[in-house]
Design a protein around this ligand. Structure first.
Ligand code: ATP
Ligand code: MG
Length: 560
């Protein structure tokens, strides 16, 4: 078995596409040349499924000294937009890949149109005036042949005249199509006179404006575009297996004998507790069910970025799940654990207080401040240490104090146990103050000056260590805690409306947490581990006046 190196230098065996490519190189089929493309339709933002295809397309080119081009499959102006073109470029670059060239399927509209004319002249295509419903009805089933269109045997001149006039805008959208004349009884449904061209006049094209009134279908554009560009390996997902014979058929009608692009298919990425169809993701955005394409709950690349995922964690996850010839549903917890592994050595450890309550250390001198030190990241010695001020007034978690506590409560309680303040001293609670409603407003405690961490007395063992922040070193912050977007594992497989399966608790806002001042001043994208809570990413809208942090992933996998 041949061996390959992954991102992080681990050895792994070749995937089956790599084996095909190595074999083709060995047999000299491509003249030693490797060229791939990533062909998104600019009708939405990229999601993590696309990242899997990107890693394959760009990865193969990198590994075998080839090139990978970015080609926008922009053949349906009704759904496409430059906003999507721009976001797709940004996301690919962020993932760390470089295309050799940018192409658009629309670059080939003239060549494809000329080819369609050639098909008509050779008697291989005809204009059908039936409605799409009619055409669909005549398709037959895999076991019963389809019905031939009454327009199938139109004279060539008539087809030519009609097609040219279709493109002049003489006929309304949907009134006629150009179909390939192949075989209405073929066991492959895609051979039953597939549609080559349809009329779209209702929307101008984002690049070609109103020049064209007819637009090629995917099958008539994709293989040809691959051929025009010199693609050697046209890699796509398994649903295109059934299209492959048609891909080859169209090429055989016009391509020279010198070379053929090869279509090869691998399994899609499907993830639990989310949806991956662009149509559904667009619906969530349009209906305001999420805050936008980059809502941190979305499986989009920009959503994952805002959530706190790094390109490395996404690539490590894709490496782990691998490429096969069988459809599967991958567990989202694999993606989450890739985030944990990646963030562990990167993310600065900080104390944050989600539900703050003030604690006063009555025997600590008023006005005094000490500078203590703490490790920035015990999992990464290079991260060094930082200084944290400590004084008489601090914030702790409300839940770390109980006025009445039994012996199983190891944290603060008047007259109760000794508790260590992380990286600081051991304290003991003495009492608390309450407001008129009986809510605790302030906790009182005393500290033992001989128990400072890092000194001999710091070795004294107590049952629990709690988080704290000096009042003067703290700022208010908004935390956004995310849970899964859907309540069921595979929302796409359920009957009924997928929107009814949205998790109503997928976002919990903690409006008044307390963070250290330097954390409040973090730049968007800065990553932290909030001790005892999880990994957090500084949101793109975060400012020192209103800091916002997104929960990337909890510290441990939840058991639910
Ligand atoms: P949708 O059907 O949701 O619109 P799509 O497959 O049509 O998605 P494209 O923009 O056409 O999206 O996809 C570009 C490339 O990304 C194609 O090669 C496609 O096979 C691949 N791709 C799309 N979704 C996935 C996925 N979930 N896993 C792996 N590859 C994918
Ligand atoms: Mg598509």
């Amino acid at each position: 078995m041949e061996i390959n190196e992954t991102e992080n230098g681990e050895k792994r065996s070749l995937n089956f596409i790599e084996q095909i490519v190595e074999n083709d190189l060995k047999e000299g089929i491509t003249g030693g040349r490797i060229q791939t493309r990533f062909p998104p339709e600019p009708n939405g933002y990229l999601h993590i499924g696309h990242a899997k295809a990107i890693c394959m397309d760009f990865g193969i080119a990198e590994r075998y000294n080839g090139i990978c081009n970015l080609r926008f499959d922009d053949t349906n102006p009704a759904k496409e937009d430059v906003e999507y073109v721009d976001s797709i470029k940004e996301d690919i670059q962020w993932l760390g890949f470089k295309w050799a060239n940018i192409y658009y399927a629309s670059d080939y509209f003239q060549q494809l149109y000329d080819l369609a004319i050639q098909f008509i002249k050779e008697g291989k295509a005809y204009v059908d005036e039936q409605s799409s419903e009619e055409i669909a009805k005549q398709k037959g089933t895999p076991t019963t042949p389809g019905v031939e269109s009454p327009y199938r045997n139109r004279p060539i001149e008539e087809n030519l005249d009609l097609f040219i006039r279709m493109n002049k805008g003489e006929f309304p959208d949907g009134s006629m199509v150009l179909r390939a004349k192949i075989d209405m009884a073929n066991s492959n449904m895609h051979f039953r006179d597939p549609i080559m061209y349809r009329i779209i006049t209702s929307h101008p094209h984002h690049k070609t404006g109103t020049t064209w009134k007819v637009y090629p279908m995917y099958d008539f554009a994709h293989g040809q575009s691959d051929y025009f560009e010199g693609v050697t390996h046209s890699l796509c997902t398994l649903e295109f297996v059934v299209h492959r014979p048609l891909y080859d058929y169209y090429l055989d009608q016009f391509a020279g004998a010198d070379y053929r692009p090869k279509q090869r298919e691998f399994n899609r990425l499907n993830l639990t507790y989310t949806v991956m169809s662009k149509r559904k993701l667009l619906q969530l955005v349009k209906e305001g069910l999420v805050s936008g394409w980059d809502d941190p709950r979305m499986p989009t690349i920009c959503g994952l970025r805002r959530r706190g995922y790094t390109p490395e964690s996404i690539k490590a996850f894709i490496d782990k799940i691998g490429y096969t010839k069988y459809e599967a549903l991958n567990d989202i917890s694999l993606l989450e654990s890739a985030a944990r592994e990646d963030l562990k050595p990167r993310a600065t450890r900080v104390c944050t207080i989600l539900d703050p309550i003030k604690l006063i250390i009555d025997n600590y001198p008023e006005g005094k401040k000490e500078i203590l030190t703490t490790d920035n990241n015990p999992d990464n010695p290079e991260a060094g240490v930082r200084e944290i001020p400590f004084g008489r007034e601090i914030y702790i978690e409300r839940g770390d104090f109980r006025e009445e506590a039994d012996k199983n409560f190891y944290r603060l309680s008047p007259g109760g146990r000794e508790v260590r303040l992380k990286s600081a001293y051991i304290i003991q609670a003495t009492g608390c103050e309450k407001d008129a409603n009986g809510n605790i407003t302030t906790v009182h405690a005393t500290y033992d000056p001989n128990t400072k961490s890092g000194t001999e007395g710091g070795n004294k063992k107590v049952k629990s260590t709690i988080n704290w922040i000096d009042v003067d070193n703290s700022k208010e912050a908004e935390l956004r805690l995310y849970d899964r977007l859907f309540v069921c594992e595979n929302p796409s497989a359920e009957e009924g409306d997928f929107r009814d399966l949205l998790n109503p608790n997928s976002l919990t806002v903690v409006p008044q947490a307390r963070v250290e001042t330097f954390v409040a001043n973090a730049k968007p994208g800065d990553k932290f581990q909030f001790l005892k809570t999880g990994y957090f990413n500084t949101d793109k809208d975060s400012t020192p006046e209103h800091p916002i942090f997104n929960l990337t992933v909890s510290l441990k996998e939840s058991k639910k």
